[in-house]
Design a binder for this molecule. Structure first.
Ligand SMILES: Cc1ncc(COP(=O)(O)O)c(C=O)c1O
Length: 276
């Protein structure tokens, strides 16, 4: 375990923890990030994360980062940390430093930040019995140009996750302005109803999670009928099983949404057995 915070961060390949005050990531959230799980020193789903990062860069017209370089820098941090450890790797790519004003200039050279954090410890029963979530009041704004990519603007999630204090609640479900359920503040949302798997449409907002992608692929292999559409809280509450996904915790069954209770069901358990 490193004792010096510097050794946990690489900024443009250099150990350190300072970025330029002119960086557009700081000024405007003009950039993208990925959060990856490191299991016993191995990076999980690297290709999937890099594909989303590249598609985000293309969408925002940020020059594409050198993936081979990112990988070698990530490996460097992991080996400093202890090659056999569990950890969380965060990769941030911003448009770089710019002059004052929104308009991006082609002169900006992207900044890459690689950070390694200790692995969070979650109680085992989150996987076994499920987690508690709440329905948030903060709404997600719709914008197809920003939907699905993991850009740095996360104020909606920050406001939403400030809505509850109860440490027993692990995530909040967010709706869009038309009251459609979209996702968790840090996860994607699935539910099972009469044997079919449902997940919200992410055309207007929400992050297209890596774990969501893997669940959908698995569901196809299992010949589960998957429905991707616009649904309301009432639809979610009438589900037989509900689960949330992200790259760090994988699949967590939902056992409670506010005062409504649920049980981890066979479809959730089957997917968990195959993915974790
Ligand atoms: C808003 C939001 N949606 C969905 C996800 C799930 O994405 P992934 O499966 O890639 O971790 C995350 C992950 O942090 C998130 O922050």
């Amino acid at each position: 375990m490193p004792t010096q915070i510097e050794s946990l961060f690489l900024i443009n390949g250099e150990a350190g923890n300072e970025v330029l005050v002119t960086d557009r990531g700081l000024h405007y959230g003009d950039g993208l990030f990925e959060t990856l799980k490191i299991k016993k020193g191995a990076i999980l789903y690297w290709e999937h994360h890099m594909a989303r990062l590249l598609s985000g860069c293309e969408r925002l017209c940020i020059p594409l980062p050198d993936i081979v370089l990112l990988r070698s820098e990530a490996e460097r941090l992991i080996s400093e940390y202890g090659n056999n450890s569990d950890a969380i790797l965060k990769i941030i790519v911003t448009r770089g430093s710019g002059q004052r004003g929104y308009k991006p200039t082609t002169a900006a050279k992207p900044t890459r930040i690689i950070a390694l954090y200790p692995s969070p410890r979650y109680p085992e029963n989150y996987w076994k019995d499920g987690v508690r979530v709440t329905i948030c009041k903060t709404r997600l704004a719709g914008n197809p140009r920003l939907a699905r990519i993991k850009h740095l603007n996360r104020l909606e999630q920050i406001l939403a996750s400030s809505e509850w204090d109860d440490p027993a609640i692990v995530d909040g479900i967010m709706l869009d302005m038309d009251q459609h359920v979209i996702e968790g503040t840090m996860s994607n949302l699935f539910w099972v109803y009469e044997g079919n798997l449902y997940t919200p449409d992410l055309t207007q907002c929400g992050v297209e999670g890596i774990m969501r992608h893997l669940v959908l692929k698995l569901a196809e292999e299992l010949q589960l009928m998957v429905v991707n559409g616009h649904y309301f809280v009432e639809d979610l509450l009438s589900a037989d099983e509900i689960f949330i996904t992200n790259s760090i915790h994988g699949i967590w069954p939902v056992r409670q949404i506010d005062q409504h209770t649920f049980k981890p069901g066979p479809v959730t358990k089957h997917l968990m057995d195959l993915i974790q």
